[in-house]
Design a protein around this ligand. Structure first.
Ligand SMILES: [Zn+2]
Ligand SMILES: [Zn+2]
Length: 255
């Protein structure tokens, strides 16, 4: 499975982009940086966007992606997530106030976007992939995603504080190639991390102690807040025993 990093930070500056990943050419995971990172042609190839939750740093580029798709006359784009996320997008985002309701505006042979609701802990086919959402622990309803293609799977943790069900599901996977996990705040900001449903290097370490996979499993980290970047990186450097990789913009992996 090919993975391309379009956005891997918990905030934005000219050097930082919010969460967004591309699996193969056709499946995007969160929309923090799709249109800022991809050409029109690359955007047009996307069949579906998995949306972990409704926070702006994970959905913002759905607006510009849908707008471009509509003008390109491209195929219908699937916007995929748990029912609570889809409801929030309908009510608060594509609501004909903040942005047009693109389910009512045609592109090529049908609407520009189409919502696809997934049931937690159930595997569903999504445009050639098998996707299982798993609820995690954030300030709004949020899911991680297990994404399988052929006999390989990767896990994207979404935004989460300490959690349990995800580890049960992850530990049961025998084809896991990589785990993408958030870490946002430095250890001194543990209270802020707790209140906002995020991890620090310390709580990340404690979460990873629940993982039964071998130490060689790549654990790819994203969502570091730009303001705290140096402190978080220093603290991560002292963690031992796991194959931690700090994701960088525009990196590509073959998993
Ligand atoms: Zn969030
Ligand atoms: Zn976020």
């Amino acid at each position: 499975m090919q993975l391309r990093i379009l956005g891997c930070h918990g905030g934005e500056t000219p050097k930082h982009r919010t969460s967004s990943f591309l699996v193969g050419d056709t499946l995007a995971v969160d929309a923090g940086a799709i249109t800022s990172g991809l050409s029109l042609r690359e955007q047009e190839r996307i069949d579906a966007v998995l949306v972990s939750h409704s926070h702006m740093d994970h959905i913002r580029d759905l607006a510009t992606l849908a707008d471009n798709r509509c003008q390109q006359g491209g195929a219908t784009l699937d916007i995929v997530g748990i029912p609570e996320t889809i409801r929030a997008l309908k009510t608060h985002f594509f609501n004909d106030v903040l942005w047009p309701d693109f389910t009512q505006i045609d592109a090529k042979d049908g609407p520009t976007i189409r919502y696809v609701e997934l049931t937690p802990n159930e595997m569903s086919p999504v445009r050639g992939y098998e996707v299982t959402p798993v609820l995690v622990n954030h300030t709004v309803d949020t899911s991680a995603f297990i994404i399988r293609h052929g006999s390989k799977s990767i896990v994207y943790g979404g935004d989460t504080g300490p959690t349990e069900e995800l580890w049960k599901q992850v530990n049961a996977l025998d084809d896991l190639q990589a785990l993408l996990m958030e870490v946002s705040f430095p250890n001194d900001e543990a209270r802020l991390a707790h209140d906002s449903g995020h991890l620090t290097p310390e709580t990340l370490e404690s979460e990873l102690s629940k993982l039964t996979h071998g130490q060689e499993l790549p654990v790819m980290l994203y969502h570091i807040k730009p303001t705290f970047e140096q402190r978080v990186l220093r603290e991560l450097a002292s963690l031992r025993g796991r194959n931690l990789q700090i994701l960088q913009l525009y990196e590509e992996f073959l998993l």
